[in-house]
Design a protein around this ligand. Structure first.
Ligand code: CA
Length: 280
């Protein structure tokens, strides 16, 4: 309780006024300032700005002041914001409707920030949502653990809201680069075909009943066909760095996947002492 109080009091927010945050084109003009056509153009411009889908950010923060400042600044930067005050309710909300990015405080009621990160990274449906952590003084170790768990960035408290907005925009830009590199292409080997967009895998035209993990495992092996994948590499890329996954988990999943591949099973080769390779 004491530790919590201490963190709360150290987490002051320095609110910086962002110069030029309100673009001149969006400033409300006095009604006599513009000729009719300019006003119409302005209205149209405003309408098209508000019609654009706004990326949704989930802010998980139990301190109302901080949550409010973040919400205000993120909305001003063009994001839609959803605030969750507890780790467990955040998890439900994120699973129900995955946001574009999560801003996560570490000390939270319900489930703490690190545990929440673990749970999100373990679930294929939420593993790829970018995550920015807010860390208070004395949480350096947690910060390192958080980054190892797969958080994309962190912002130390006390922070300037402008800084947080910039970090979030930069994380989204980086991620956008990945996702924007064209839609996930269909991959295949022999009669195996895997369509990431349709989330469908087949052998000789028959759909395979794969679990989400088996699907991702097959996808990674197909994308890197002909190259050996170590168990550690597969754990990182398929399971998302989850530290409590044993490397034997890989073997179990490969065995199950091989069974499901049926006539193509021998294409998934074991490279003794190293890992696995999918023969092209
Ligand atoms: Ca907190």
């Amino acid at each position: 309780m004491n530790a919590k109080k201490r963190v709360a009091s150290s987490a002051q927010i320095s609110v910086q006024s962002a110069p030029g945050a309100r673009p001149a084109a969006l400033a409300a003009p006095g009604s006599g300032d513009f000729p009719q056509s300019s006003q119409q153009a302005l209205r149209n411009a405003r309408a098209s700005v508000s019609a654009m889908p706004r990326p949704r950010i989930c802010v998980v923060e139990d301190e109302p002041d901080i949550a409010e400042v973040l919400e205000f600044n993120l909305e001003r930067a063009g994001f839609a914001v959803e605030v969750a005050r507890r780790g467990d309710t955040a998890l439900e909300a994120i699973r129900r409707r995955p946001p574009a990015l999560i801003v996560l405080d570490l000390m939270l009621p319900g489930i703490d920030g690190l545990e929440l990160t673990r749970l999100l990274k373990r679930d294929p449906a939420t593993a790829r949502i970018p995550l920015v952590m807010l860390t208070a003084k004395g949480e350096e170790v947690d910060r390192i653990v958080g980054l190892e768990l797969g958080a994309d960035d962190y912002v130390p408290k006390p922070f300037s809201p402008r800084e947080v907005v910039l970090r979030i925009q930069s994380v989204l830009r980086r991620r956008g680069g990945d996702a924007g590199a064209a839609a996930d292409p269909v991959v295949g080997a022999g009669t195996i075909r895997l369509d990431p967009e349709a989330h469908r895998a087949e052998v000789r035209g028959e759909e395979l009943p794969l679990t989400a993990t088996e699907f991702r495992l097959l996808k990674v092996l197909l994308e890197r066909q002909g190259r050996v994948q170590t168990r550690a590499r597969l754990l990182a890329d398929v399971w998302g760095y989850s530290e409590d996954v044993d490397s034997r988990t890989v073997d179990t999943h490969v065995r199950r996947l091989r069974r499901k591949l049926g006539p193509e099973s021998e294409r998934l080769e074991t490279v003794i002492g190293v890992g696995y390779r999918l023969r092209p």
